[in-house]
Design a protein around this ligand. Structure first.
Ligand code: PLP
Length: 399
């Protein structure tokens, strides 16, 4: 069958390959949430039966999130998502540490904007920030982290896995280095949760952020793990919910959804990783047969679902839109996260030593637990068609 006919058929069935941006809500998560959006609508701070039911549901979810991370329930604090969890970790720990006179933080150059911009804000308010670089695969060198730590360092932040290129950092080693020097360590685990086993009993992070919508839970809910004994100042003040650390009436349905998403991820992590890795590797072998297409990120230390490519002679946004028109949804690997952030080259790719031109030719393909082999085969055909067509049209073409 001609490729165009096959692709036209695929149009009825859109193929979602942008799971790093957000994952579809799992049906079982939705089922768990629905009662809390419908008949059970109590405020968890109320004393009556509806309030008590909401409180009970929150505490059950807290246990599920804690079990997923190897933590105890008292170490889990619900937030509105990964961004808030990252902000709370950085500002919360920094403010609490100010009394000790320490005003230096160490942050990797490839952090998500939620951490990067929080660190910049600390810098503007008089903190000193050391930005540590990465190699060409986006990997932080533990020796570089070690060398950046000083007697006045209050905390360090390195993400568990990168949201663009999928590189997984040696977090255990990095956290150990900080723990030995009694320096607080924050890990943004938003992309790794549900794809990499996380056990805070083994990895001595002080705080760790997760987000519901990256692991088949709802958008607008996340959690911050805070190790017992680590002091944080709250960033939201009000009614004192979440044991005073995060005021605001709890998003009960969202919290229940996050709890269920974590439970499902705990139960099926191995199977998901095996399935995703197979699809990921098939994409990598298929697309890199095309001339001028190369893989970004670490060849082995990478997320099970992540393929990040530079495509010579093709502008990423054009490729994303072309694929979209063919029914395949992928991410542009170069532009900033939100449309309002403008058309800027990714700081992650620049930190890896790419130039702007390469950075604007990057696409991100991230598979999920429900993608099939047939979808991937169809995607490979669409990708090759799109790249060839765009190259014929493009003045950038060099290959
Ligand atoms: N950290 C990382 C690594 C992410 O990929 C994202 C979202 O893209 C966030 C933080 C922010 O999470 P949220 O969208 O839940 O605010």
């Amino acid at each position: 069958m001609a490729v165009w006919v096959k692709l036209a058929k695929m149009m009825d069935h859109r193929v979602y390959l942008d799971h790093a941006a957000t994952t579809p809500l799992d049906e079982r998560v939705l089922e768990a949430m629905l009662p809390h959006l419908k008949e059970r609508g109590g405020n968890p701070s109320s004393l009556h039966a509806s309030g008590a039911a909401a409180r009970e549901a929150i505490e059950a979810a807290r246990e599920a999130v804690a079990a997923f991370l190897g933590a105890s329930p008292g170490e889990i604090f619900f937030t509105s998502g990964g961004t808030e969890a990252d902000n709370l970790a950085l500002f919360g720990m920094a403010r609490a540490a100010e009394t000790s006179g320490k005003r230096h933080v160490v942050v990797s150059a490839v952090e998500h904007a939620a951490v990067r911009e929080s660190a910049r804000r600390l810098e503007e308010s008089g903190w000193e920030v050391s930005w540590i670089g990465v190699d060409e695969h986006g990997l932080v060198d533990p020796a570089e982290l070690s060398a950046a730590l000083r007697p006045d360092t209050a905390l360090a932040a390195v993400m568990w896995a990168n949201n663009e290129i999928g590189t997984v950092q040696p977090v255990e080693e990095l956290a150990d280095i900080c723990a030995e020097r009694e320096i607080l360590f924050h890990a943004d685990a938003v992309q790794s949760a549900g794809r990499v086993p996380i056990d805070v009993a083994r990895t001595p992070v002080s705080t760790l952020a997760i987000s519901g919508h990256k692991l088949y839970g709802p958008q607008g809910i996340g959690a911050l793990y805070v190790r017992d004994g680590v002091a944080l100042d709250p960033t939201l003040l009000g009614g004192g919910q979440e044991r005073g650390l995060r005021s605001g009436t709890e998003n009960v349905a969202g919290i229940v959804g996050l709890g269920m998403a974590c439970q499902l991820a705990s139960e099926s992590l191995e199977g998901r990783v095996r399935h995703e890795s197979r699809l990921r590797d098939r994409i990598i072998s298929g697309v890199t047969e095309l001339p001028g297409v190369s893989l970004n990120g670490h060849p082995e230390m990478r997320l099970s679902n992540s393929v990040h490519l530079s495509v010579d002679g093709v502008e990423a946004e054009g490729l994303v839109l072309f694929l979209d028109a063919l029914g395949f949804e992928v991410g542009s690997g170069s532009a900033c996260a939100s449309a309002s952030a403008g058309h800027k080259a990714s700081p992650v790719l620049l930190a890896m030593g790419q130039d702007e031109r390469e950075a604007f030719s990057a696409v991100r393909i991230t598979v999920g637990k429900d993608n099939t082999e047939q979808e991937i085969e169809a995607f490979l055909e669409a990708f090759s068609t799109a790249v060839n067509q765009l190259r014929e049209l493009s003045p950038l073409t060099t290959t």
